[in-house]
Design a protein around this ligand. Structure first.
Ligand SMILES: [Zn+2]
Length: 374
C-alpha cells in the first residue's frame, strides 16, 4: 500500500509539473518530497464541518464534448480547444452564480495529463500581488462572480489523489510577484526557501555538504568559489499535493497573515547545479552562494503590503462539477464527492488537508452546492 501510495504521488508530481508549466526541475521524480503530517495527526480538528441532511457536494454532467474539452485542457501537448464555455454554460444552466471557484473534475483525461490546472475567468486587480488582468471575454459573462476554474483529473480506479486542489486554488493569488522581489517568474517558488504548496525547499533543513554540520555561509568552497549545500527533498513547483499546508508567504499572498509574520529573510540558491542525491535522500546542489530575499524588498517591489483578505475572500465558495463522457461509475462519483467534502472539512478521516487545516484554521472553503435562488 505504501509503495502504491508513493507511486501515485510520484505520478502526481510529474503531472503537476506538466500542469503548471514546469518550473525548475529541482527534484527528479524519484526524489519526490516526503509527505508532511496532516491536521489529522493530533490536535482536535477545529476545521471539521458537519453538513446538514440533504447538503450536496457534487454536480454531474455526462457529455462527451465537455469531457473532451477538459481532457484537452489538461493535456499540455495539445492547444486549448474551445469547449470550456460549454462546460460552464451546462453548470450555470442548473446553478446560481454563487461560486468563486469551479472545480471541473473529469475521469477522461489521457495518459499525458496534468493532474490539475488553474484558468482565470474573472478580472483581477491585485497590484500588491503583481496581479492585474482582464476578464476572459467569453467565459466571464457566463458567471460574473466566478474568479477561475480548477481542472482536475480523476482517473478511474485510482481513488483519491494527493491533490493538487490546494495548489491550483492558490494560483488565484500567486505566485505573480514582480521579478525585483527575487522569485522566479514561472508561478512557483523554485529554488527559494518558501517551502509551500507552490514548491521551494525547507530552509530549516539547509546545510553545507562540507563541513557537514555547518550552514551557509560557512561552507567550504572550491577554487571557483562555489560550494555544495543539501536540504530535505523538495520540488520547485510543488511539495506533495494536498498533504502540505500553505507556507507563511503563501498565507500572506492569500491575505490571511500580515507581511511581518512571514519568516524573513527567505534564502535563495544562487546558480544551483544539481548533484547526486545523498544516501539519506537529501538533495544536493553546488551554488555560487545562498542569497536572502527580504520582505522589505518584496513590499518595495509591490508598492506595499497586501490588504488583509475580506471575509468573502477569506472563505471562498467552490463547486465540484464532474464531467464525464459516459455515466460515471460509483467509484468515480464517490471519489469526486469525497474530494469536495474533504476540502470543506466534511469528510471524516480525510487523509489530506482541508482548505481550513491547510491555512492553519484561518479560512474555510465551502464546497456545498446550494439550490438556485428563485
Ligand atoms: Zn502550479
Amino acid at each position: 500500500m505504501a509503495r502504491f501510495d508513493t507511486l501515485i504521488r510520484l505520478l502526481g508530481l510529474l503531472a503537476l509539473m506538466a500542469g503548471c508549466g514546469g518550473g525548475p526541475a529541482v527534484a527528479p521524480a524519484e526524489q519526490a518530497p516526503a509527505a508532511r503530517p496532516t491536521a489529522a495527526d493530533g490536535a482536535p480538528d477545529r476545521c471539521a464541518m458537519t453538513p446538514a441532511p440533504g447538503d450536496r457536494f457534487l454536480a454531474e454532467w455526462v457529455s462527451p464534448e465537455g469531457a473532451a474539452a477538459l481532457a484537452a485542457l489538461l493535456d499540455r501537448r495539445k492547444p486549448a480547444p474551445p469547449g470550456l464555455a460549454g462546460v460552464l454554460r451546462a453548470f450555470y444552466a442548473e446553478h446560481g452564480d454563487d461560486y468563486d471557484l469551479l472545480m471541473l473534475v473529469t475521469p477522461d483525461a489521457g495518459a499525458s495529463r496534468a493532474m490539475g490546472r488553474f484558468i482565470r475567468v474573472g478580472p483581477v486587480n491585485r497590484p500588491r500581488l503583481g496581479l492585474v488582468g482582464r476578464a476572459d471575454a467569453e467565459l466571464h459573462p457566463i458567471a460574473p462572480r466566478l474568479e477561475g476554474v480548477v481542472l482536475l483529473a480523476l482517473p478511474e480506479g485510482e481513488g483519491h489523489r494527493s491533490g493538487p486542489t490546494l495548489h491550483e486554488s492558490l494560483h488565484r493569488y500567486g505566485q505573480f510577484l514582480p521579478r525585483e522581489a527575487g522569485f522566479p517568474r514561472n508561478g512557483h517558488w523554485g529554488y527559494t526557501g518558501v517551502h509551500g504548496q507552490l514548491g521551494g525547499f525547507d530552509p530549516a533543513s539547509l546545510r553545507c555538504v562540507e563541513p557537514p554540520d555547518a550552514r551557509p555561509p560557512d561552507c567550504a568552497a572550491g577554487p571557483d568559489g562555489r560550494f555544495a549545500v543539501s536540504m530535505d527533498r523538495f520540488a520547485g513547483f510543488a511539495n506533495g499535493g494536498d498533504r502540505v499546508p500553505y507556507a507563511p508567504l503563501e498565507l500572506y499572498l492569500m491575505g490571511l497573515i500580515a507581511a511581518d509574520e512571514v519568516p524573513d529573510p527567505i534564502p535563495v540558491l544562487r546558480g544551483p547545479e544539481p548533484q547526486p542525491a545523498a544516501d539519506d535522500g537529501r538533495l544536493a546542489f553546488t551554488v555560487d552562494g545562498v542569497g536572502a530575499i527580504r520582505m522589505a524588498d518584496v513590499l518595495a517591489a509591490t508598492g506595499g503590503p497586501r490588504p488583509p483578505a475580506t471575509e468573502a475572500e477569506r472563505n471562498p465558495r467552490a463547486a465540484f462539477f464532474l464531467v464525464s463522457a459516459a455515466p460515471p461509475t460509483d467509484d468515480i462519483r464517490g471519489a469526486a464527492e469525497a474530494w469536495a467534502r474533504g476540502l470543506a472539512g466534511a469528510q471524516p478521516g480525510w487523509p489530506t488537508h482541508s482548505y481550513c487545516s491547510a491555512t492553519g484554521g484561518r479560512a474555510r472553503m465551502d464546497t456545498r452546492i446550494t439550490p438556485r435562488a428563485p
